[in-house]
Design a protein around this ligand. Structure first.
Ligand SMILES: Nc1ncnc2c1ncn2[C@@H]1O[C@H](COP(=O)(O)OP(=O)(O)OP(=O)(O)O)[C@@H](O)[C@H]1O
Length: 114
């Protein structure tokens, strides 16, 4: 079950949201690679930006939907942090990159099959 994380925990895990830990940027904010100090698990921390107007609604929708999805091929939600206007989701880290990376880049292993 996804759990609530303390902001401090995520800050430590990502080395204070270090630029060098940036995995990418989506429509809603920046994603950082982190390691949870508690159990050494690699995670991807998505920090929803304040600028995205409907940020909060989208955050709650993503949380609700992904929380219902469980499949070995889907990224697992480990938890969330929703404090002092900050919105973050914590996912298991996908070492091989995102599905769209595999589908739409030359380097993706599936490129040759299309
Ligand atoms: N769990 C993860 N493990 C490893 N990398 C990730 C993970 N989640 C996201 N990323 C990286 O961060 C990038 C941005 O992800 P994010 O989910 O924010 O946006 P998106 O899916 O590309 O677009 P959108 O904002 O429309 O959902 C991804 O393209 C990927 O490179």
């Amino acid at each position: 079950m996804p759990k609530e994380f303390q902001f401090q925990e995520l800050k430590k895990a990502t080395n204070n949201f270090d630029e060098k830990r940036k995995l990418g940027q989506g429509g809603y904010g920046v994603v950082y690679r982190g390691v949870l100090l508690e159990d050494n698990v690699e995670v991807a921390v998505k920090w929803f930006s304040r600028e995205s107007l409907k940020g909060e609604d989208d955050f709650l929708a993503e949380l609700t939907i992904i929380n219902r999805l469980r499949h070995k091929h889907l990224v697992r939600l480990l938890g969330w942090c929703h404090k002092n206007g900050k919105l973050l989701l914590v996912y298991e880290y996908m070492r091989k990159g995102s599905l769209d990376m595999h589908l739409f880049t030359e380097t993706g292993p599936s490129a040759a099959r299309f």
